[in-house]
Ligand binder design. Structure first.
Ligand code: CA
Ligand code: CA
Ligand code: CA
Ligand code: CA
Length: 273
C-alpha cells in the first residue's frame, strides 16, 4: 500500500462522471490509462496498470510539461482535451492494443501521445510498451521542457532492489526477489536531464507550484525501496515545427535480462547482504 503525500492546497478529486479510463490488451498483457482531468496533485495518473499474466507492475507513469510563461510544471492533461481513442492494430489478438490521446490547441500547441502494447503468450513474463510523443507548435516559437515520470512497483509490491540510469538513454529497475526487471530506452532524442529517486520526491517536484528541473541523479540506488525515475527534455520549438520523442519500456524476467544487459557481474557486488 502506498500513501499519497499531500502537497499544497487540497484539490477535490474529479467526480466519477468525469473519469476517463482507456484499456489495452495484448495476449498476456493489459494496461490502463487514466486521463481523468483535475486529479489532485501527487495522485496516481496516466498509465496506472501494466499487468502481465494478471499481476500488476506499474503504479503510475505519465507526462508533464513547462513552456514560456509558466512558472511550474503541469500534467499534459491539464491542457484542453482534444481526444483519445484505442485501436486494434494486429491480427493476433482482436482487442485494442494502441492508445492515442491529444491535448492542447491548434491556436498554440498540441501534445499527443501514443502507447503501443505488445504482450507475449500467457505464462511468459515478457511485455513491451512502445511510446511516441509529439509536440507540435502552431504558435510563435517557444521553449519547452517535457518530462516523463515512472513509478514501477514490480511484482505488485512497492519495494524493488535497484534503479539506475545505465546510460544517458536507458534506465533499469529491478526486483530480484521476484526475478523481474523493467528497462526504459529512449530511442530518440537523448534526454537533457534525468533523475532516479524514491517515491514521492520527483512526483512532488513535478506537481508542486515551484519551477523545478530534474537533478541529474543517475544512481544506482540499491536496497528494497519504492523507486521512481524521470527524464526531462529541454528544447526550443520554432513556429510550425514538431518535436518527437520515441521510447520503449520492456518488462522481462531478471535473470535473462541481466545477461542481456551485461549487468550480472556489475550487480553482484551491489546487492545488499
Ligand atoms: Ca490487438
Ligand atoms: Ca517489487
Ligand atoms: Ca514543480
Ligand atoms: Ca516504485
Amino acid at each position: 500500500m502506498k500513501h499519497l503525500v499531500a502537497i499544497g492546497s487540497v484539490v477535490a478529486s474529479a467526480g466519477a462522471a468525469n473519469a476517463q479510463f482507456h484499456e489495452l490488451w495484448d495476449n498476456n498483457s493489459y494496461v490502463r490509462i487514466n486521463i481523468t482531468p483535475g486529479e489532485p496533485p501527487n495522485s496516481r495518473i496516466g498509465m496506472d496498470r501494466w499487468e502481465v499474466n494478471g499481476q500488476n507492475h506499474l503504479y503510475s507513469q505519465w507526462f508533464w510539461f513547462r513552456t514560456d510563461g509558466m512558472a511550474r510544471e503541469q500534467r499534459i492533461n491539464d491542457l484542453p482535451f482534444i481526444g483519445a481513442t484505442t485501436t486494434n492494430t494486429d491480427f493476433f489478438d482482436p482487442r485494442p492494443d494502441v492508445f492515442n490521446g491529444a491535448w492542447g490547441s491548434t491556436n498554440s500547441f498540441v501534445i499527443d501521445v501514443r502507447f503501443s502494447l505488445q504482450g507475449t503468450l500467457p505464462g511468459n513474463q515478457q511485455s513491451d510498451i512502445g511510446e511516441q510523443i509529439r509536440i507540435t507548435n502552431f504558435g510563435p516559437g517557444r521553449v519547452f521542457s517535457f518530462f516523463q515520470y515512472c513509478d514501477f512497483d514490480l511484482a505488485g509490491d512497492i519495494n524493488d532492489d535497484l534503479v539506475e540510469l545505465v546510460n544517458p538513454n536507458a534506465v533499469v529497475q529491478a526486483d530480484y526477489l521476484n526475478n523481474l526487471l523493467v528497462a526504459e530506452t529512449v530511442l530518440t532524442p537523448s534526454a537533457t536531464l534525468s533523475e532516479v529517486g524514491i517515491y514521492a520526491a520527483t512526483l512532488i517536484k513535478l506537481d508542486d507550484a515551484n519551477f523545478d528541473n530534474l537533478d541529474g541523479t543517475t544512481g544506482p540506488l540499491v536496497g528494497r525501496r519504492d523507486y521512481t525515475w524521470a527524464f526531462q527534455w529541454d528544447f526550443f520549438l520554432p513556429s510550425g515545427s514538431t518535436f518527437t520523442i520515441s521510447k520503449d519500456k520492456h518488462l522481462v524476467p531478471a535473470p535473462g535480462a541481466l545477461a542481456l544487459l551485461g549487468l550480472g557481474g556489475l550487480l553482484a557486488g551491489r546487492r545488499r547482504r
